[in-house]
Design a protein around this ligand. Structure first.
Ligand code: SAH
Ligand code: SF4
Ligand code: F3S
Length: 473
């Protein structure tokens, strides 16, 4: 298993998800139907909402049944080999539709489109369109080209595109929580990572447009926004007239100021860039959630250097100490870890385990290293840890994290937590679920409560993945 995940938890981190997200039925009486299926991280899910907005303008309604679709889009992820294999298998499955409805267009969007470019059209003959993450405004034209029988491709990466003016169509929405993309691309060059190649240069979105989006969501009943970027701490936007520059702490403050009942989350923080200013801003606002996803990747300084993460184990631990100093023990901290990176020794792997013990993570996404073509690691380092050893180390990391998650959740017992209700528990119709500030899933009896409300829950019981309790008022 590549990663573990509780049923109720929706990935807070930009990373590859087990399950794709599928567009729901939305019939506005339009003639043409769009089916869009999304893989990968929250950025990709957020992009699919932008794509849907662009195509809705062109007279498309969404459908949850690809058999009814005129256009089928797969928004793909390239982060690990497995992620790509999943998409290729799915494409094979979709070929069938061309036999019964030959006019159906199939397009590949996102990171895999960017990685493989025209090769995709040669390798996967059923694909009609290949569209990179910065080319979605071009989709109407590309669909026209494909309808005329051509093979349509645009994988141009932009230095400016942020889709700031497009109001996303919320897909799979619970009506309570929503993502807001605040930046695109990544300028870090972590040696294992394809993202800088698939998403291009880092650019920050107009702060005013982010604020408008948050205000609009609040007015429509949403009660939580998650600000998304590969490295939110390097958010920096300067007004075109040079009158102001907004950094991430400044942006957080503004979004938190929209309304005290609008919760603010963000992902992902980079250990090299997260500042005390951001931590102090979090401390000042009750509605900025006390939860930080701070991927370490490894607990060993030599491996971190090979990964080009540009921080050491000591630096990372100092940042965690700052979080504890400024935000206290209750702040949730999660991580991403990679097992078996190039030349990692047993002792270096043990450093990862000991870092996890020191930090006491609430949650982690854990992966076996998967070499990606053309990344700095693929070019310069040897993928020399055997699959068997990678798997064993990964299992050790997972087993430890399971113990840590349980231990951290036990600290939440017999306390009252403020929970934003997101919906009915997937395990029981009689229970609702929501999250506390630290991003823990809390399940409690339904009573006459509704999603979108805040409720105080006294926690009586827990597993490693979920807190259970009773309404406290
Ligand atoms: N921007 C985020 C991560 C985005 S990718 C950050 O800097 O933390 C999500 C996670 O996928 C990464 O944190 C890393 O743990 C994992 N990952 C990325 N490339 C990988 C690879 N080649 N093999 C295994 N895991 C990888
Ligand atoms: Fe990849 Fe590193 Fe950028 Fe994260 S910060 S997206 S791991 S290059
Ligand atoms: Fe996200 Fe996967 Fe691309 S994790 S940025 S969709 S490679």
């Amino acid at each position: 298993m590549e990663r573990i995940k509780s049923l109720d938890i929706l990935s807070p981190a930009p990373e590859a998800c087990e399950m794709p997200r599928i567009s729901l039925e939305e019939d506005r009486g339009n003639r043409r139907k769009l089916y869009i299926e999304s893989y990968g991280c929250q950025m990709n899910f957020s992009d699919s909402e932008i794509v849907t907005a662009i195509l809705q303008e062109q007279g498309f309604d969404t459908t949850s049944d690809f058999h009814k679709a005129d256009v089928i889009l797969l928004n793909t992820c390239a982060i690990r080999e497995n992620a790509e294999l999943k998409v290729r298998n799915r494409l094979k499955h979709l070929t069938g539709i061309k036999r019964t409805r030959p006019g159906t267009l199939i397009g590949v969007l996102g990171c895999m489109a960017e990685r493989l470019k025209a090769k995709f059209l040669e390798e996967e003959k059923i694909v009609d369109m290949v569209v990179g993450p910065d080319a979605y405004r071009d989709l109407p034209k590309l669909i026209e080209e494909a309808e005329d029988g051509g093979k349509a491709i645009n994988v141009f990466l932009s230095r400016e595109e942020t889709y700031a003016d497009i109001t996303p169509v919320r897909l799979n929405s619970n009506g309570v929580t929503a993502f807001i993309s605040i930046m695109r691309g990544c300028d870090n060059m972590c040696s294992f990572c394809v993202v800088p190649f698939t998403r291009g240069r880092e650019r920050s979105r107009d702060a005013g447009s982010i604020l408008l989006e948050a205000e609009d969501l609040f007015a429509r009943g949403f009660r939580e926004v998650t600000l998304l970027g590969q490295n939110v701490d390097s958010y920096r936007w300067t007004a075109p007239d040079g009158s102001e520059t907004v950094n991430f702490a400044g942006l957080l403050e503004r979004v938190a100021g929209v309304h005290p009942d609008l919760r603010v989350r963000f992902s992902t923080s980079h250990p090299k860039d997260i500042t005390d200013e951001v931590l102090h801003t979090m401390a000042r606002f009750d509605n900025i959630c006390k939860y930080i996803h701070l991927p370490a990747q490894s607990g060993n300084t030599r491996v971190l250097e090979l990964m080009n993460r540009t921080y050491t184990r000591a630096w990372y631990l100092e940042r965690v100490a700052a979080i504890r100093r400024i935000l206290g023990e209750e702040c949730g901290i999660s991580t991403d870890m990679i097992a078996g990176f190039c030349s990692e020794t047993e002792a270096e792997h043990a450093d990862t385990l000991s870092l996890m013990e020191s930090v006491q993570y609430d949650f982690a996404y854990m992966f076996a290293y998967s070499e990606r073509p053309n990344t700095p690691a693929a070019k310069k380092l040897k993928d020399d840890v055997s699959e068997e050893v990678k798997k064993r180390r990964l299992n050790e990391i997972i087993a430890l994290q399971n113990r840590l998650s349980l231990r951290r959740n036990q600290l939440d017992l017999h306390k009252v937590h403020k929970v934003l209700i997101e919906g009915t528990s997937k395990r029981s119709e009689e229970h609702l679920f929501g999250r506390n500030s630290a991003n823990k899933v809390v399940v409690f009896p339904k009573g006459d409560l509704r999603k979108g409300q805040y409720v105080h829950v006294y926690v009586t019981n827990c597993t490693g993945a979920t807190l259970m309790g009773e309404v406290a008022e």
